[in-house]
Design a protein around this ligand. Sequence first.
Ligand code: HAM
Length: 460
Amino acid sequence: MQKKVNAENCKSEKFQTPRGVHDVLPDDHAYFTIIKKIVRHRARQAGFRRISTPAFEYKNVFVRAVGDATDIVEKELYSFSTKKGGEEFSLKPEGTAGIVRAYIQHGMSSLPQPVGLYYIEPHFRHDRPQKGRYRQFHQFGCEIIGELDPGIDAQIIQLAHLVHVDLKIADKLTLQINTIGCSTCREKYINNLRDYYIGKERSLCKNCVRRLEENPLRLLDCKEEDCCILAENAPKFSTEICDDCRNHHKRVLELLDAVGIEYKENVSLVRGLDYYTRTVFEFMDENGVAVGGGGRYDGLVENLGGQPTPACGYSGGIERIIEIMKSEYLVAPDKDQIDVFVAQLGFEAKKVALQLLTKLRECGVHAMGALGKASIKTQLGKADKFNVQYALIIGEVEVRENKIILRDMKSGVQEVISIGSAVTRVVKKVGEKNLDFYDPSDDLKVEKEVRPEDELLIRD
Ligand code: HAM
């Protein structure tokens, strides 16, 4: 029986993150920051607007959208129910289902179509943890809802590709693409596939025996050796595909050619979520691990209770991208670098130090000061540990003489300057392009008129 937890009986416990989840420490945030910046830039350039859906939804949103016979729903959902009410919720294992739910709930079909939405969010899957596979991980993604044209599929793939180019990892990734047809032509194909596998169950792995019953398409992307051999000889979808789906696929490939995006057709690619129709694609790294994937999901809006609405999208795994960046020795810029350390001794000096820190920060300089009682030597030792480039040093004598010492921490060269000139001198040394200057009043304006987007929120 599980021991009841209370503050007393967990006193001696050594607390750690649960298995498969991790803290994002400041060094890794440098990577998160650059990835988010690039995603935001590319998404806005292409007319997408940002959306965040809740960390948890009613479980049925995922059951309906992703499919109850998928690994994600069957094995990987973190589900819970409240004592009061007893409704079942799940932490979101992926973003598309929640976004489609939001599209329907907020009446986005009345906005100009198609609606382009992007997101950068944590997701949760009770996966078996290993390198690149976590129980909490982050995805960026983009969805275009409300347009059937193959140009949408090409644009989504292009956006993902451009993010990879900006992150300098595009040449490490291969785009694999396939079509799995519409519900009509897929039905015929699935029947053919079932016929082919029946009688061969003994050569299939345990999971595939179950997949044959529940979701035969998934037999094609099993990684077990015997299943791979059988999959290679399985009937090909191209014999069953209807003309509309064939043309759609052909057009997507032609459009990718037109914008110079290389791809490999992979007839076994089916993806592990049930909502896909027609185009499916994945960006694979050199070890065959998917760094991101997506596709068209023309039936999902209707499946979740909306009007029939075509859509297409993509998500990339941020942790997997960071791993590739690190393996390529790509260093993310450290925006947290401290430019100047202000060391002081004595109460009058402390007042001046605090005023200087305030002014330096207002001018965009990253400035730090130890305002405790430690000796100047100890404070400078600290500045060294923070890898600071410059130090301003002030004691009671300097205050009386209206002076301050400016020290270059790397060379050790120091000069005595007036307190009044200290901020200007440091700003000049740090250099304009390195200043972190931001005035929020440039961005925030009071607008009395209610805009149509606001009405959408007010309606809730
Ligand atoms: P997905 O292929 O399940 O697609 O996930 C997209 C990416 O998320 C994967 O390629 C991988 O990089 C990352 N990922 C998935 N599971 C984990 C994990 N346990 N640990 C670390 N990274 C992981 C989707 O989620 C779809 N919603 C994509 C989509 C958007 N389709 C249409 N629109």
